[in-house]
Design a protein around this ligand. Structure first.
Ligand SMILES: Nc1ncnc2c1ncn2[C@@H]1O[C@H](COP(=O)(O)OP(=O)(O)OP(=O)(O)O)[C@@H](O)[C@H]1O
Ligand SMILES: [Mg+2]
Length: 344
């Protein structure tokens, strides 16, 4: 079952528009419900086992999300992790590096099912859904056109009117309202890091790098000779990068620190390069930076990021550097806010 969370947000007007964030690791939806915003989340993963009538019956009784294909039962979402662990295997993933995985033959079947269950039915005819899409990757040889169109088509087929919004811009909508939606939004996810520079909610440029949380997990697993799923579980349960910096005796934590640090330096270098390709912005105020996404969640991450900023000379004055209050929900919240702002 998809998890639901609610947060008070009385300052957002009631509106029939929804936000959707189809990420490599998680899929989220957001909608206004009274004075609150209701968020639904699900793991973007699945695992297949052989079909039996008895197992299918059990799944139905326990509300396990599943699909049937041939003689295979596909367990979808959080439950897939439990089953994969039971069999000592990894889950299958519909997305890789932020977009629909070309190597996963059942990707479309699962994504459509997940989208339908997470956004539900439209509450009005052609209700709008703003869905996040990555920016063009600068270090990988693929584009996002196919991904953007397929997600849009699944939503339209369900009766929605679908509108894409850049993932980095969504962070700006979510976190930089009091800065007039001017600044840099960074979403550090599972498959990608998305970066957008916008002035008054107008994107000047956006891009992505195909290296994020999954990349960290793969590198740490390789150098410590552990499985990727074990490394991911350790990271999500209790990684503290402040402690990891000094805990040199622990091989896993040491590797986490090294690869987070490397990722931060890599992203900042790419931001510097990208600003170098555009005219230096003439701004009357220092530029704020908002960071979000699951990879920015571990304790100590923001401090590491600020230290990285001090080392990298960016061609503008930096204002406040802040972490989203709910890093995993920032993109979907931003998509919802953009939708509300544009449909008013
Ligand atoms: N508590 C946590 N501590 C550390 N890392 C976490 C935590 N929770 C999730 N993550 C990591 O954050 C990443 C997922 O973040 P997020 O949901 O922002 O990505 P996504 O939107 O699914 O992916 P992408 O934007 O790259 O397509 C994964 O690498 C996951 O392991
Ligand atoms: Mg994301």
């Amino acid at each position: 079952m998809a998890k639901e969370k609610r947060y008070k947000k009385p300052d957002l007007p009631i509106s029939t528009v929804k936000g959707l964030d189809v990420g490599t690791a998680f899929i989220y939806s957001a909608q206004k419900a009274g004075s609150e915003v209701a968020f639904r989340e699900e793991r973007n993963a699945f695992f297949d086992i052989e079909h039996s009538d008895f197992t299918e019956e059990m799944f139905k009784k326990s509300n396990v999300k599943y699909a049937l294909k041939g003689n295979r039962l596909y367990i979808v979402g959080e439950e897939a992790i439990k089953f994969a662990n039971l069999f000592g295997k990894n889950t299958r993933r519909p997305l890789r590096d932020g977009v629909i995985s070309p190597g996963e033959e059942d990707a479309l079947l699962i994504i459509e099912l997940l989208i339908k269950s997470i956004v539900g039915a439209p509450r009005s005819k052609k209700e709008r859904v703003y869905y996040s899409v990555p920016g063009p990757p600068i270090d990988a040889n693929f584009d996002i056109i196919y991904h953007q169109n397929i997600i849009g088509r699944f939503l339209e087929n369900s009766g929605y009117s679908a509108k894409p919004i850049n993932e980095g811009l969504a962070v700006i909508f979510s976190e930089l309202a009091k800065d007039n939606f001017t600044g840099i939004g960074i979403s550090l996810g599972g498959g990608m890091v998305n970066i957008c520079f916008a002035v008054m909610a107008t994107p000047v440029f956006s891009f992505s790098v195909a290296r994020a949380g999954d990349w960290i997990d793969e590198q740490v697993a390789r150098v410590t000779n552990e499985t990727v799923s074990k490394i991911t579980a350790i990271k999500e349960a209790n990684l503290n990068l402040d402690l990891a910096k000094t805990t040199l005796s622990d091989k896993i934590y040491d590797a986490f620190y090294i690869y987070h640090n490397h990722l931060i330096e890599y992203i900042l270098e790419q931001i510097k390069n990208e600003f170098g390709k555009h005219p230096t912005p003439k701004l009357d105020k220092p530029l704020p930076i908002a960071v979000a996404g699951g990879t920015a969640k571990p304790k100590g991450f923001l401090q590491m990021f600020k230290e990285g900023l001090q080392k990298t000379k960016l061609p503008f004055e930096i204002g406040e550097v802040k972490l989203a209050s709910h890093p995993l929900l920032s993109v979907v919240k931003g998509a919802l806010i953009a939708g509300i702002a544009e449909t008013r």
